[in-house]
Design a binder for this molecule. Structure first.
Ligand code: RB5
Length: 143
């Protein structure tokens, strides 16, 4: 199950991502927002992040205008590694190296075509399982 969420700035791209996931036959849960009305990105970023951290969702996709605010909010939830990506190289690398469990996108930064390629790259790339990357991820979780 993929958790998907956005604020108003990411609303249209989130809907396009949901349609894309449907076309791929992937299960997702849309945590909102459900209209273009102005709202607060931390509400949606944290809702998806908490669902991923709790194991209710395997991964998440978050969208706001820049992708910055919503990724910062998601990363406040323990166990979440949200990666803001504007290119496919970063999306692949953050899965291989960081085992990122949430992808964040900026709807005012990337076009829909690129965003969907980034989504596919993120979802289709497994974690490398490499010991040095595991060690570094464990250090992220150190408090
Ligand atoms: C909303 O106008 C905008 O601030 C938000 O979508 C996001 O870009 C924040 O980081």
């Amino acid at each position: 199950m993929i958790g998907v969420g956005s604020d108003h700035g990411g609303f249209e791209l989130k809907n396009a991502i949901c349609r894309h996931l449907e076309q791929r036959g992937l299960d997702y849960k849309d945590f909102g927002t459900y209209s273009n009305e102005s709202c607060d990105y931390p509400d949606y970023g944290k809702a998806v992040a908490k669902a991923v951290a709790a194991g209710e969702c395997d991964s998440g996709i978050l969208v706001c205008g820049t992708g910055i605010g919503i990724s910062i909010a998601a990363n406040k939830v323990p166990g979440i590694r949200a990666a803001l990506c504007g290119d496919c190289f970063s999306a692949e690398a953050t899965r291989l190296h960081n085992d990122a469990n949430i992808l964040a996108l900026g709807a005012r930064v990337v076009g829909e075509g690129l965003a969907l390629k980034i989504v596919d790259t993120f979802l289709d790339t497994p974690f490398s399982n490499d010991e040095r990357h595991k060690r570094r991820i464990a250090k992220i979780e150190d408090r």
